[in-house]
Structure formats: structure tokens, C-alpha cells
Design a protein around this ligand. Structure first.
Ligand SMILES: [Zn+2]
Length: 357
């Protein structure tokens, strides 16, 4: 085992060391700065950590605040925007094992020095003396584990039974229950899971909620509340009628309801049309929808060219995807996927309606 001290760096005001640590700990990452460019020193520092290496998180002025296991150089990425409270754009993944919820519970510098005869000065330094002993000390100090998938599953169960306050619902996102596909508010689920894990719950909203849930393998999807309103009419409509309605919607300027300038409303008719023509299969991978709901096979609508980037809300730009492909298109889109999506959509609509036009 190779063990390192990794210095968290300084928070960028108005963030505090606590909020910076909450964010890293909640998302299972460590970060580095240094130029913030590809190939920069921050990248070298983070790519040096091999899968299985032990990483001791060191907070300047506080001491060791936790330890985790590095996921290896392939988990490194240069992100477009530094996470809140930091100016670091180099990131790598760490699976935290024992961590301080409150940084004031850090293993203080004098205690660290007693064990390792060493305090780090650089961003990253090897712990050459007694790293196992340091690990035992952190485990003894913070026996609570970070939030796991099991905690989130238990949170779903609890929320389903007890409900939640409506005002805590996200306006933009839902998290899906992996078996039923039921939609839940991400913040409510994560804060419940944090309680169950015995992890300090951050009230200031410093947790990147959706990232944490996605990292644990849960599906985050955009809200589609509006579609419920058209459900009744939809059932009676034949395909030609539905297409007609969807095309009329597209001619209008897409309605924009700006919340933080990002959320743009879509026509429920256009999504309904995409789903109807997809006929229960994902437009990208071609697999059957993962499950059925009362409204039919579960697929999600995706704008090939994002509305936020000026893409049109019209039937040619909207496809129906399975949750996996949908998530991938948002997190790791490939050029080939985008062209694959454009192709069948055009062909399919021409083919199905060619005789009418
Ligand atoms: Zn798919």
C-alpha cells in the first residue's frame, strides 16, 4: 500500500474549509489546482494515485480530516467548472472510508506528527512512516461510514412511508427508485440517507446532491410534470393527430421559464409524440424500456441539440431514450451517438409519414 497526504487546498471565499470538505467528501473526490489546464501539475499529482492507494485528506490549519481509497488515474478528469468553494479544476475519485463530519474533529497536526513524524507541506506527499497506524487512528476517531447505496435505498423506503414537505421538492430534477422507477425529490432522499448514515447533514446546500446520488448509481432525471396534464387526451389520439398537435407546438417559440436561467419548458405534446413513435424502445440502444408505468413503457425525452444551447423544441430534435442512455448523453456524450440519433429520427419520421407529404 502506498499512502499519501493530500492537501485539500484553501477554500475560495465566501466558502469555508468546512463547506469545501463537505463537497469533496459528499462527491467522493479530491481536487488540485495548478494552472487548471490539461497536462498541468494538478493532473500529474492526481494521476500519480493508483487504484487502492490510501489518501489522507489534510486540511490546512485543522489536520487530517479523513482517509479514502484512490480509484486510480482513469478516474481523473479536468472539469469545466470548479466545484463551489474551490478554484480547482483537476479532480480524481476517492472512495472515502473514515471521515470527520465536522472539520473541528480533525486529527490535529501534533497528533499526526506523533504517528508519522511528518506533516505535509506540499499538495501531495507520501506518508512513509506508519501509514497503517494513521489509518487505524482515523477509523477509531470517525467510525461512521459515508453514505452508501444501502442508506439511499433505506431513505427511499422511509420517504415512501412517511412522505415529505412539498416545498422541499426540486423544481428541476427527480431521482428514480431503481426498481419501481418512482420519482422522488433528490434533496429529501439524500438528507434522509445522510441521517441514516449518521453523517453530518449540511444545511447550507453545499452538497452537490445530484452528483452524490449519481455516483452511488441512482438515476437523476429532469422533471416531466407537465406531461401528466396531457395524458387523458393522449390516450384517445391516433398517431397522425398526435403528430399534428406536436407540429403545431413546434411552430411557436418554445416557452422559456427561466429559473437560474437554465430551465426551459418543453412541449409535452412533442415528448408524447417522441415516446409514441419510439414504441417502447430506446432510440439509441434499441433496447426495450426498462419497465412500464401506468402511462406506458418508461422512456425519457431528450433534445439532441440542447434547448439551453438554442436547440429547437420540435419533433426532429426530440428522441425517447432509456434512462441509461439518457444519463450518458448528458454526462459523456459521444459524437457517434449524436449522429446516430439524428439519423434514425429523420429516417423514421420520413418513413412513417412519407406517404402523407
Ligand atoms: Zn438506451
Amino acid at each position: 500500500m502506498v499512502a499519501y497526504f493530500h492537501n485539500l487546498g484553501m477554500p475560495v471565499p465566501p466558502a469555508t474549509m468546512q463547506s469545501l470538505w463537505d463537497s469533496l467528501r459528499g462527491s467522493g473526490t479530491i481536487t488540485a489546482g495548478f494552472g487548471n489546464e490539461p497536462g498541468g501539475r494538478g493532473q500529474q499529482v492526481l494521476r500519480r494515485y493508483q487504484a487502492g492507494d490510501t489518501i489522507f485528506a489534510y486540511a490546512n490549519g485543522f489536520g487530517v480530516v479523513g482517509y479514502g481509497i484512490a480509484e486510480g488515474p482513469q478516474s481523473y478528469r479536468l472539469v469545466a467548472n470548479a466545484r463551489r468553494g474551490s478554484n480547482h479544476r483537476h479532480e480524481a475519485r476517492v472512495s472515502w472510508q473514515a471521515t470527520a463530519g465536522d472539520i473541528h474533529d480533525a486529527l490535529p497536526p501534533f497528533a499526526v506528527r506523533q504517528i508519522t513524524h511528518h506533516l505535509p507541506r506540499q499538495t501531495s506527499e507520501k506518508v512513509s512512516l506508519r501509514p497503517e497506524r494513521l489509518r487505524e487512528e482515523t477509523e477509531r476517531r470517525w467510525p461512521n461510514q459515508p453514505i452508501t447505496r444501502a442508506h439511499v435505498l433505506a431513505a427511499f423506503q422511509q420517504v415512501a412511508k412517511e412522505g415529505y414537505r412539498a416545498e422541499r421538492r426540486s423544481t428541476r430534477w427527480d431521482v428514480l427508485h431503481p426498481n419501481s422507477g418512482d420519482r422522488y425529490p433528490p434533496k429529501v432522499i439524500l438528507s434522509r440517507a445522510a441521517q441514516l448514515a449518521g453523517v453530518r447533514n449540511n444545511r447550507g446546500g453545499g452538497w452537490p446532491t445530484n452528483d452524490v446520488l449519481a455516483a452511488l448509481g441512482f438515476m437523476i432525471v429532469p422533471k416531466e410534470g407537465e406531461e401528466l396534464e396531457v395524458e387523458q387526451d393522449l390516450a384517445q389520439m391516433d398517431l397522425a393527430g398526435l403528430r399534428d398537435r406536436a407540429e403545431r407546438e413546434a411552430r411557436q417559440e418554445p416557452p422559456r421559464t427561466s429559473s437560474r436561467g437554465q430551465s426551459i419548458a418543453r412541449s409535452p405534446w412533442i415528448s408524447a409524440y417522441a415516446k409514441r413513435t419510439a414504441n417502447g424502445r430506446c432510440d439509441l440502444c434499441g433496447n426495450d424500456a426498462p419497465f412500464r408505468t401506468a402511462a406506458g413503457p418508461f422512456l425519457e425525452c431528450h433534445h439532441i441539440l440542447r434547448l439551453a444551447d438554442g436547440g429547437p423544441d420540435c419533433i426532429e430534435n426530440v428522441v425517447a431514450l432509456c434512462p441509461n442512455c439518457h444519463r450518458r448523453m448528458h454526462l459523456a456524450p459521444r459524437k457517434s451517438d449524436i449522429s446516430a440519433l439524428r439519423q434514425p429520427v429523420t429516417l423514421a419520421t420520413n418513413h412513417r409519414f412519407g406517404s402523407k407529404e
